[in-house]
Design a protein around this ligand. Structure first.
Ligand SMILES: NC(=O)c1ccc[n+]([C@@H]2O[C@H](COP(=O)([O-])OP(=O)(O)OC[C@H]3O[C@@H](n4cnc5c(N)ncnc54)[C@H](OP(=O)(O)O)[C@@H]3O)[C@@H](O)[C@H]2O)c1
Length: 398
C-alpha cells in the first residue's frame, strides 16, 4: 500500500489522482492533501480520504476549512499558507508526493518533499523548468526518484524501460497542436479566452490549456525532457499529432523507434508514476486502433507558434533563463486569462523579458537566484502591461 501526499488536490491532476486512489484502495492511500483556494472541494476530499494533514494556501480560507470539517474524529492537522503546503509536502510516512500544483508555486513544496526523502510523481512541470539546476542535484543527494507524470514524459519513460545506457538517440515529443491548430495565423489576433480554453483532446486546468494553445506547453516540455532524460536540445524534436494517441516516441541508436499509445487520459501516466515499476490492472477503456482511425503527423509551424523556439532558446541558454521564460509565461497567461492582454501578446511579452535577461543570465543559479529571476520576470511583464495600458491598444510590449 503506497502512501501519498497530494499537492494541488482540487485541480485536474489532483482529482484524477484521487480517482485512481478511489479505484485502487488496496494499493494507495492518502496521507496529506493541499490545495490553493477551493475550500468546498478540499473539505469534501478530507471527508472522503481522511488524510492526517491538509493545507489550504489562502490563509484567510483556513477558518472556513476548519468549520467545514469540525465534526470529523479524529481531526486532521489543518494548516494554511505556503508554509502549510510545504508541511504537507514533507509530512509523515508518505513515500510519494504527487505535484499537481500549477506553476512555479510548486517549486518550494517539491524541494521540501525531496529533502524529506519522498519520491516525486512530477506533473508540475514548471518546477523542473525553473528549478532544474537546484532540483536535480537534490534528487541525487537524497536518492529519491523523479517519476514523470506528464503524458509525453511518461511515454518516453515507459519506452526507455529496458533500453541500455547509451542506447537512446533522440526523442520525439508529440503535440496535439492545441485549440488553434486549424486556424489561419491571421485569425490568431482575434482569439478570445473562451477560444483558447477549448482544447481539442484533453481536459486540463486553464493555464496549461492556454499553454497548449500557444504551444508553449510543448516548449516547456522540451526543457522538462532535457532535465529528466539528460538530453541535448538537438536530440529533442516535436511533431504535431492531432489525435493524441501516440503520447511520444524514442529513437534508438540503430534507428528503431518505440512509441507509447493510449487514449488521451491523464490517469494512465499518473498511475504509472505511482505504480512504477509495476503495472496495475484497470477497467479503463482499452485502446482500439480501428476506432482511433488515422494517426497523422505534421511539422510544427514555428512562425505561427513562436513560443516553441523561445523555449528552445531559453533552454539552450540555461542558467536562470528557463526560470525567466517560465515566469514571464505564467504572468502573461494570467493577464490573458484576465483579458488584459491579447493572445499574440503572450509570446511578445516572453521574448521581450528573455531578451532583457540575457546579460544577467546566471549560469549556475542557486535557489535564491532562481526565485529572484522568477520575481523579476513577473514584474517586468506587469510593468510593460501597466506602461502601455493607457495607450489605445491594450498592450504591446515590443
Ligand atoms: N491537467 C493535465 O492534464 C496536466 C497534464 C500534464 C501536466 N500538467 C501539469 O500539472 C500541473 C497542474 O495542472 P492542472 O491542469 O491540474 O491545473 P489546475 O486544474 O489549475 O489545478 C491546479 C491546482 O493547484 C492548486 N494550487 C494553485 N496554487 C497553489 C498553491 N500556491 N499552493 C497549493 N495549491 C495550489 C489549485 O488549488 P485551487 O483549485 O484550490 O485553487 C489546484 O488544486 C501543472 O503544472 C500542469 O502543467 C497537467
Amino acid at each position: 500500500m503506497k502512501a501519498i501526499n497530494l499537492l494541488g488536490s482540487t485541480g485536474s491532476i489532483g482529482t484524477q489522482t484521487l480517482d485512481i486512489v478511489t479505484h485502487h484502495p488496496d494499493r494507495f492511500r492518502i496521507v496529506g492533501l493541499a490545495a490553493g483556494n477551493n475550500v468546498k472541494m478540499l473539505a469534501a476530499q478530507i471527508r472522503q480520504f481522511r488524510p492526517k494533514i491538509a493545507a489550504i494556501c489562502s490563509q484567510e480560507k483556513l477558518p472556513a476549512l476548519q468549520e467545514a470539517v469540525k465534526d470529523l474524529d479524529p481531526q486532521p492537522i489543518l494548516l494554511a499558507g505556503e508554509a502549510g503546503v510545504i508541511e504537507v509536502a514533507r509530512y509523515g510516512d508518505a513515500e510519494t508526493v504527487v505535484t499537481g500544483i500549477v506553476g512555479c508555486a510548486g517549486l518550494l513544496p517539491t524541494i521540501a518533499a525531496i529533502e524529506a526523502g519522498k519520491d516525486i510523481a512530477l506533473a508540475n512541470k514548471e518546477t523542473l523548468i525553473a528549478g532544474g539546476p537546484v532540483v536535480l542535484p537534490l534528487v541525487n543527494k537524497y536518492g529519491v526518484k523523479l517519476l514523470p507524470a506528464d503524458s509525453e514524459h511518461s511515454a518516453i519513460f515507459q519506452c526507455l524501460q529496458g533500453v541500455p545506457k547509451g542506447g537512446l538517440r533522440r526523442i520525439l515529443l508529440t503535440a496535439s497542436g492545441g485549440a488553434f491548430r486549424d486556424w489561419d495565423v491571421e485569425k490568431l489576433a482575434e482569439v478570445t479566452v473562451a477560444d483558447a480554453l477549448k482544447h481539442p483532446n484533453w481536459s486540463m486546468g486553464r493555464k496549461i490549456t492556454v499553454d497548449s494553445a500557444t504551444l508553449m506547453n510543448k516548449g516547456l516540455e522540451v526543457i522538462e525532457a532535457h532535465f529528466l532524460f539528460d538530453l541535448d536540445y538537438k536530440d529533442i524534436d516535436i511533431v504535431i499529432h492531432p489525435q493524441s494517441i501516440i503520447h511520444s516516441l524514442i529513437e534508438l541508436q540503430d534507428t528503431s523507434v518505440l512509441a507509447q499509445l493510449g487514449w488521451p487520459d491523464m490517469r494512465l501516466p499518473l498511475l504509472y508514476a505511482l505504480s512504477w515499476p509495476d503495472r496495475i490492472y484497470t477497467e479503463w477503456e482499452q485502446l482500439d486502433l480501428v476506432k482511433a482511425g488515422n494517426l497523422t503527423f505534421r511539422e510544427p509551424d514555428h512562425q505561427k507558434y513562436p513560443c516553441m523556439q523561445l523555449a528552445y532558446a531559453a533552454g539552450k541558454a540555461g542558467g536562470s533563463m528557463p526560470a525567466v521564460l517560465n515566469a514571464a509565461n505564467e504572468q502573461a497567461v494570467a493577464l490573458f486569462l484576465e483579458e488584459k492582454i491579447q493572445f499574440l501578446d503572450i509570446p511578445r511579452c516572453i521574448e521581450s523579458v528573455c531578451d532583457r535577461h540575457q546579460n544577467d543570465n546566471c549560469t549556475n543559479p542557486s535557489l535564491d537566484d532562481i526565485l529572484a529571476a522568477d520575481r523579476w520576470a513577473r514584474q517586468e511583464v506587469l510593468n510593460a502591461t501597466k506602461k502601455l495600458a493607457t495607450s489605445s491598444r491594450i498592450i504591446s510590449v515590443r
